[in-house]
Design a binder for this molecule. Structure first.
Ligand SMILES: C[S@@+](CC[C@H](N)C(=O)[O-])C[C@H]1O[C@@H](n2cnc3c(N)ncnc32)[C@H](O)[C@@H]1O
Length: 240
């Protein structure tokens, strides 16, 4: 499998442009990668809290303009952007996490909006086989992240191909996230899904940590002190 740096090298020809749109920037981690290649990035995220977070994290970059904006209704003219980048954005249920329903209508509206804004659309999303799907269940047992990710990928492919886009690239890469100790690793896993559920007491916390430990060790992540965050990345392009 490709390394994370190789993934960005593969995407570089599509991300190297004048005007790019980053959808759902969260804390700006991947906006920073995008900013290596694109001259001017507009980032949109619906959350005011993440706006503040990303603003702080990216304050040293002068080619990123962050906005609080709904990806279903982006206030820019048709084909304004050379490229739209989505990292770990589309596979999530964009309508909210309480029921984990698949709002295909909302996802379709967002895809149509992307197609209105650019002829090149890049996705770097959690792979359906990423271990995070198992870990997510510790926080909410009804979540089937792998199933929703697969459905989301099918929808992206169907909607964009119907609109005349071609799939130019489809590959997988691993972002290796290192940890200094098992304790730091497990505590970080608790924080990844703190938005979904925080343990109510010490007993529940220990139970969750035990489950997390078993899941991580199923792929020797704890032994290696490294989380292999596997991405599936795709490039869709429409030529006129
Ligand atoms: C899982 S995070 C992904 C973040 C980031 N791109 C990454 O790879 O780390 C999904 C992000 O999408 C944002 N989001 C959800 N619905 C949105 C919408 N309709 N319009 C814009 N942003 C949205 C959330 O606030 C969140 O920051």
């Amino acid at each position: 499998m490709k390394t994370f740096e190789e993934m960005w090298e593969d995407l570089k020809p599509y991300l190297s442009c004048e005007k790019g749109l980053d959808e759902g920037y969260y804390d700006g981690k991947y906006t920073r990668y995008f900013a290596r290649y694109c001259k001017h990035i507009v980032g949109v995220d619906i959350s005011p809290e993440f706006y503040e977070k990303a603003k702080e994290n990216l304050k040293d970059l002068d080619n990123v303009e962050l906005k609080i904006m709904d990806a279903a209704n982006v206030d820019y003219s048709d084909k304004y952007f050379d490229v739209v980048l989505c990292t770990s954005f589309h596979e999530f249920d964009l309508s909210g996490k309480d029921e984990f329903k698949m709002d295909l209508e909302l996802k379709t509206r967002i895809l149509n909006e992307m197609a209105r804004l650019s002829d090149t659309i890049v996705f770097a999303e959690i792979d359906p086989d990423n271990l995070s799907a198992e870990l997510y269940k510790v926080f909410n047992p009804i979540e089937q992240h792998d199933v929703r990710t697969r459905k989301s990928n099918e929808l992206i492919d169907k909607v964009l191909k119907k609109k005349g886009y071609k799939l130019l690239l489809c590959d997988k890469a691993v972002d290796k996230i290192p940890y200094k100790s098992k304790e730091e690793f497990k505590e970080d896993m608790l924080s990844w899904w703190a938005e979904v559920h925080v343990p109510e007491n010490e007993e529940e916390k220990q139970q969750m940590l035990d489950k997390i430990e078993n899941i991580l060790e199923s792929r020797k992540f704890l032994t290696n002190l490294c989380f292999d965050d596997v991405f599936r990345y795709t490039v869709y392009k429409k030529s006129n």
